[in-house]
Design a protein around this ligand. Structure first.
Ligand code: HEC
Length: 232
């Protein structure tokens, strides 16, 4: 008799106790990009800070690009990421993306070995963006300086987020590794960096299958190359 009485109570607690206090933020995967001019230092901007990581470290050829769609999941754009169900706005524990990029089990972690795991900075950007509601937001001038371009503050972080996912590890795309200063300066000085980000001179447009670089990023790279690609 007692058992029969408390069982429905436990079930009710399980059903109504947990999920219902999580705020559900409605998200339209086709939401237009909301662009601002003044970048807020406390806001994480999907288009500049998060999408390049997804495109370079999840949507590489053979993984979550359109052509492969590993496990039926494509992670190459805002709409594909939101439609995958792997990101739940405002809730890190519900979508699988955060769990996968922080997993300690080599069988489960994304990107899988032999790829390098995401850096803690990249993980924090993705986590912060999810917590802030996983919006399709953009601030063009963010992390783009066309006046005081420096390798350490502008060029290297750009390569880490936009190029390294495909151009690192034991099997880099096109056999090209872009991790150290020397490797990056190498393609800057032989012309292949400029050609690849413009899709000129017979080069495939980079980032491969990604969003072409903004005018601001192109000017930034051009300045650095014209300055002789200094390690500053
Ligand atoms: C999603 C994966 C991916 C990303 C991100 C990516 N690349 Fe590539 N990259 C490739 C692939 C694949 C090729 C080979 C393309 C081909 O042969 O058509 C390539 C080729 C290249 C080449 C030509 C190499 C050669 O010897 O012909 C250069 C240069 C290059 N990438 C630079 C970059 C730069 C710079 C970035 C960042 C802005 C970048 N890539 C981002 C996948 C990627």
């Amino acid at each position: 008799m007692k058992r029969i009485l408390w069982l429905p109570l436990v079930l009710a607690a399980v059903m109504f106790g947990c999920k219902h206090d999580i705020p559900q933020i409605p998200i339209d995967p086709n939401a237009p990009i909301s662009e601002v001019d003044d970048c807020d230092p406390n806001t994480i901007y999907f288009q500049q800070q998060v999408l390049p990581i997804f495109q370079s470290s999840c949507a590489m050829p053979g993984c979550h690009d359109q052509a492969t769609a590993e496990d039926g999941i494509v992670l190459d754009s805002y709409s594909s990421i939101m439609s995958s169900g792997e990101v739940v706005p405002g809730d890190l524990s519900d979508g699988d993306v955060y769990e996968n990029i922080t997993d300690s089990d080599p069988d489960d972690i994304m990107p899988p070995p032999p790829n390098d795991p995401l850096t803690s900075e990249q993980i924090q950007l993705i986590a912060g963006w999810i917590e802030q509601g996983a919006q399709n937001n953009s601030c063009e001038s963010l992390s783009c300086d066309t006046i005081n371009v420096a390798f350490s503050t502008h060029i290297e972080p750009f390569f880490v987020n936009s190029c390294e996912g495909c151009h690192s590890g034991p099997n880099p795309n096109a056999g090209l590794t872009l991790v150290t200063y020397d490797q990056i300066a190498g393609i800057a000085l032989d012309g292949s960096l400029w050609n690849s980000v413009n899709g000129t001179g017979g080069f495939t447009l980079m980032p491969y299958n990604g969003t072409p670089l903004s005018d601001c990023k192109l000017v930034m790279l051009e300045k650095w190359i014209q300055n002789g690609a200094p390690n500053d």
